[in-house]
Design a protein around this ligand. Structure first.
Ligand SMILES: O=P(O)(O)OC[C@H]1O[C@](O)(CO)[C@@H](O)[C@@H]1O
Length: 529
């Protein structure tokens, strides 16, 4: 009779060189359906193999999908790509060493002590994840990273207030396309702050972008301190192991080569056949089985480690921008996706775990368990006993095991990724694991995981709002009296609600005059005096 230990061993995948385990014992996977679906899974792995070999997987944009080469450049199908990756590593190493050793100095002759990274989406989330996961661990004192990832004036003001003088601050402007509005705005706001502080923006500015992009051209024209490459075969949401994530990591003093090694080792494991022994394939199959191939259940990411609390935000973009697609690759409407949320355990125990156990059954959980309580050290001697013979770490691990068991008891599925500690190699491996699972799952459901047509609609509509705003401002007359939103909309042939929405924002910020904003039909707007 197989007991619980046999069951656990049957559903456990372990890789010695990574010291990482994937524990599917509570995942409700079953051998018959895995066997029946083995050909599909093997075909998905074949497809990933072709992608790694340079297939144009992003058909709509005519692009190869090469994030796997970032940690194993020799796999790239073109020697020029291999060289470009190695060159970027050399450039990162030299630049970060120059900054950290004080050879690259600010204009006042003093060292740079921190950086602000301006970017959004994949151009910010990866660096943020790395900073949160690794900074306390391997960076020496003296270098900080702040991130400006929005066009919110209050957020920008807060960041500038926190930073104070920018004299010792590098400004990393990160945008694959080089034309993202939020990033442009962040750059312009920081440039203005430099002018206010009588500092030269180009002397601290660094661009990470596609060669020839608008940002790249600007950086060249103005002679920015440095330019680092992005490539069209790397998607924003898989760019963390390109200069996008590696340069900030290197500046922070992280062991960025270990990140790459961890990812490369996970890639090796992720190439294992048959699929039943392959961690990424089983993870993708879990998503498929739980969501019936249509994302009907959400994935709750629960790392029991504060340093991994940004993992769910990072995975939200990786998974949802990749898989959330209206059309499949045959052009059929499929409305696919897989919702991701989570924060960290045991904190979330006191938030939504109530619903997970007792409420709507529309999710499965992926736990991340970290065996070592304090990275790099054994805490036994001298530990604080919060109860006799019990440490804080024992409680944390107990909460993980308890929550997992409590969910299983109610028939809720989960998988657990077990790490020894949160170090650069483990973080690299985690990133690679999910990247591969996304690639495999996309094959299973037949969607293009590498484009994001859906984000364009909102961007275009926002442009329309600004065009309307310009028209409204031009149509306003100087005071007394003024015009209502309806009158202005009629004069412009525009939607009166849209005109009202623009006007109330302008009026609240003192850019137009208004008698009162209480009644949308009666409010009288005029040009600000
Ligand atoms: O790096 P970029 O080109 O500024 O894009 C930022 C983000 O915007 C998106 O294109 C979505 O709008 C993401 O895919 C990307 O990570």
């Amino acid at each position: 009779m197989a007991d619980a230990l046999d069951h656990y061993i049957t559903w456990r995948l372990y890789r010695t060189e990574l010291d990482i385990e994937l524990d599917f014992a509570d995942a409700q996977l079953d051998e018959p359906s895995l066997t029946a679906n083995a050909p599909r899974l093997e075909a998905a792995l074949d497809a990933l193999h072709r992608i790694e070999g340079g297939a144009v997987a992003n058909v709509d944009e005519g692009r190869m999908v090469g994030h796997y080469w970032l940690r194993d450049p020799e796999r790239a199908p073109d020697p020029a790509i291999t060289r470009a990756i190695h060159d970027s590593w050399r450039q990162i190493e030299a630049f970060a060493a120059g900054v950290r050793d004080g050879q690259i100095l600010a204009e006042d002759g003093k060292p740079f002590t921190g950086a602000i990274l301006v970017g959004i989406g994949g151009s910010a989330l990866g660096p943020q994840l790395l900073e949160a996961a690794l900074t306390a661990r391997d960076s020496g004192p003296g270098f900080s990273l702040r991130v400006l990832d929005n066009t919110d004036p209050a957020g920008i003001a807060d960041l500038l207030a926190e930073t104070g003088t920018l004299a010792q601050t590098l400004i990393l402007v990160v945008s694959k396309s080089g034309s993202t509005v939020e990033t442009r705005n962040g750059m312009l706001e920081l440039r203005a702050a430099c002018v206010r502080q009588a500092l030269e923006f180009p002397k601290r500015a660094i661009a990470i972008t596609l060669e020839g992009s608008a940002l790249d051209q600007l950086a060249q024209r103005e002679g920015w301190l440095a330019r680092f490459p992005m490539w069209d075969w790397v998607g924003g949401r898989t760019s963390v192991l390109s200069p996008v994530g590696l340069l900030p990591a290197a500046l922070l003093g992280h062991d960025w080569r270990a990140l790459l090694r961890g990812a490369a080792a996970m890639d090796q494991w992720g190439r294992v056949r048959p699929a039943r022994r392959n961690p990424a394939a089983l993870l993708a199959w879990l998503w498929h089985q739980q969501g019936s191939g249509h994302g009907l259940r959400d994935m709750v990411i629960l790392p029991y480690k504060d340093r991994l609390s940004l993992l769910s935000r990072y995975l939200q973009q990786l998974v949802m921008e990749s898989l959330g697609k209206r059309l499949d690759r045959q052009g059929r409407e499929v409305w696919q996706g897989l919702a991701v949320y989570g924060n960290k355990g045991s904190t979330d125990q006191h938030a939504y775990v109530q619903q997970l156990r007792d409420g709507l059954h529309n999710f499965f959980a992926v736990f991340v368990r970290v065996l070592r309580d304090l990275d790099g050290q054994v805490t036994g001697p001298g530990m604080v006993e919060v109860e006799p013979q019990v440490s804080s770490g024992d409680c944390l691990d107990g909460f993980y095991q308890g929550t997992r068991a409590a969910l299983a008891e109610r028939g809720r599925a989960s998988a657990t990724i077990v790490l020894r500690q949160v170090d650069a190699a483990a973080v690299g491996a985690l990133i690679a694991l999910f990247e591969r699972a996304v690639g495999i799952y996309a094959e299973l459901i037949d969607v293009n995981a590498y484009h994001q047509p859906g984000v364009e609609a909102g961007k275009q509509a926002a442009k329309g709002v600004l065009t309307l705003q310009a028209a409204v401002l031009a149509a306003l007359t100087a005071g007394p009296g003024g015009k209502t939103a309806r009158e202005l909309a009629e004069a412009l042939g525009a939607d009166p609600v849209a005109v009202w929405q623009v006007l109330r924002h302008l009026a609240t910020n003192g850019r137009v005059s208004v008698d009162s904003l209480v009644d949308p039909a009666a409010a009288q707007f005029a040009r600000a005096p």
